[in-house]
Design a protein around this ligand. Structure first.
Ligand code: HEC
Ligand code: HEC
Ligand code: HEC
Ligand code: HEC
Ligand code: HEC
Ligand code: HEC
Length: 295
């Protein structure tokens, strides 16, 4: 684990609202000015507003207004997506353009790990705040709430990878995601991620049936195994596997992106007309990624 990754993990583990002075000298600068050189490695140094709060923090004002708020939870934007986009679209306050699915990397932007939202060429995505009609969660409780960025991420910080919530409360759930970790290298540039542990819990929080082998609470069905290690007869290919003991485990993120995909289903693949379901490869290209040597 690189130096920067450790620093981020520490910064994000400070609990919100305890408002205690933070304990780490290297981070102990209040408000907006601490992060230069810590989080940003490319042209612009942005202040990271997600955690590291202390008693005199000015960071709350990055997202909240006491008397002039334009949205619920006294947010400085009319809804959560617009709030996140105020920094995570078009590089106005972060090196992650989440809507566009890119990471600022000098002049040549790199594709993000997760994919963009509603960006050109996206063929399926986790649908955020669109019509206001809640969509059914495949393999989960029928939903009464639309999905937003904070259904999955905690804007106030989290010790999980990518600020993923430690408890998913969206739609009345109370699902624990205790330890979702990954190792990032070349952060904020051409990032490479090695998933370590806990990612199945993250997807399972809402899609609870999909980690079950047979059946489940919401529907009956057989599912491809997850959480199992790849045996010698399967070729891992280029699909990511979780590495923390035991190594080489298949997880949801082995086959799916978290935000969206740009792959298309072709007629020959037999899935035309179906959603591309956030898949990493076109059609059943993923299957041969591992099972190629068997047939
Ligand atoms: C990066 C943006 C961001 C920053 C910075 C931020 N918040 Fe929030 N906060 C939010 C969002 C978004 C919500 C609404 C969450 C929701 O809709 O569930 C929220 C909700 C809240 C709530 C309502 C309860 C809850 O947790 O949902 C409180 C209280 C709160 N924030 C306090 C603070 C304080 C105090 C600070 C500064 C120490 C702060 N926030 C900094 C984005 C932020
Ligand atoms: C005021 C600007 C600002 C706002 C508003 C904001 N962010 Fe961020 N966010 C940042 C910065 C800065 C970083 C650190 C990375 C960087 O420098 O680009 C970051 C990082 C992140 C990360 C990656 C953390 C990591 O360790 O890899 C996630 C996830 C994230 N933000 C989600 C959100 C969500 C969800 C919202 C809306 C609730 C939001 N952000 C609103 C500025 C912002
Ligand atoms: C269904 C859950 C979910 C939703 C909804 C979601 N994210 Fe994410 N996000 C994730 C996961 C999981 C990752 C890490 C995926 C990986 O590394 O493969 C991630 C990664 C990120 C990152 C790191 C950079 C990147 O793109 O890889 C940022 C920043 C971010 N999300 C912000 C947002 C914002 C802003 C929204 C709303 C527009 C949002 N997320 C909606 C689950 C979600
Ligand atoms: C906070 C709840 C939540 C979490 C966590 C979550 N999802 Fe979803 N997911 C949904 C909802 C709601 C839908 C259906 C509506 C939509 O597409 O947004 C969905 C739809 C999907 C779809 C089908 C998309 C399509 O076009 O058919 C896939 C695939 C998926 N999720 C994979 C994942 C993976 C992989 C993870 C873990 C990284 C994950 N989800 C985490 C709520 C969640
Ligand atoms: C071995 C690859 C693979 C793994 C691992 C995997 N999926 Fe999928 N998933 C797919 C494919 C391929 C589809 C497209 C539909 C199909 O072929 O059944 C899909 C479709 C989906 C859908 C859309 C609804 C549907 O059933 O068609 C959801 C939701 C989903 N997956 C969630 C998950 C979750 C959550 C996990 C982890 C517990 C997971 N997937 C693990 C390959 C995978
Ligand atoms: C990341 C590697 C990987 C990918 C991608 C993958 N598989 Fe598998 N598959 C495995 C492993 C490992 C097993 C379990 C072998 C065992 O039981 O030890 C398995 C088992 C199976 C089985 C045996 C039946 C069962 O449930 O045990 C079938 C059928 C199968 N996979 C089909 C597929 C299809 C279809 C796809 C594409 C949607 C796919 N696999 C993608 C690695 C993979």
């Amino acid at each position: 684990m690189g130096k920067i990754v450790c620093a981020v993990a520490i910064a994000l583990s400070i609990p919100l609202l305890s408002l205690l002075p933070i304990q780490f000298a290297s981070l102990n600068v209040p408000g907006w000015s601490f992060s230069a050189g810590l989080f940003a490695t490319s042209a612009e140094a942005w202040s990271n507003p997600h955690g590291s709060y202390d008693a005199t923090t000015g960071l709350c004002a990055a997202c909240h207004r006491a008397h002039s708020a334009s949205g619920p939870a006294i947010m400085a934007a009319s809804n959560v997506r617009n709030l996140c986009d105020s920094c995570h679209q078009g590089y106005q306050g972060s090196d992650y353009d989440v809507e566009g699915g890119t990471i600022r990397n000098g002049g040549a932007n790199s594709p993000s790990i997760s994919g963009g939202f509603s960006a050109a060429g996206v063929t399926s995505e986790h649908l955020i705040d669109t019509s206001g009609n809640p969509l059914r969660v495949p393999g989960g409780a029928s939903s009464s709430t639309t999905l937003t960025c904070v259904s999955c991420h905690n804007p106030h910080g989290s010790s999980n990878y990518r600020l993923f919530r430690q408890t998913v409360t969206w739609n009345g759930l109370n699902a624990s995601v205790p330890n979702f970790t990954a190792t990032l290298s070349n952060r904020l540039a051409t990032e490479t991620v090695v998933y370590q542990t806990g990612s199945i819990d993250a997807c399972d929080a809402c899609h609870s049936d999909y980690s079950q082998r047979v059946g489940g609470s919401y529907s009956a069905g057989f599912r491809h195994k997850v959480g199992v290690t790849i045996s010698a007869s399967n070729t891992p290919g280029s699909l990511p596997l979780e590495q923390q003991s035991p190594a080489n485990r298949i997880v949801c993120l082995t086959c799916h992106n978290a935000h969206s995909t740009k792959v298309t289903n072709t007629a020959n693949g037999g899935r035309q007309g179906f959603s591309t379901a956030l898949k990493r490869y076109t059609d059943s290209g993923m299957c041969s990624g591992c099972h190629f040597n068997q047939w």
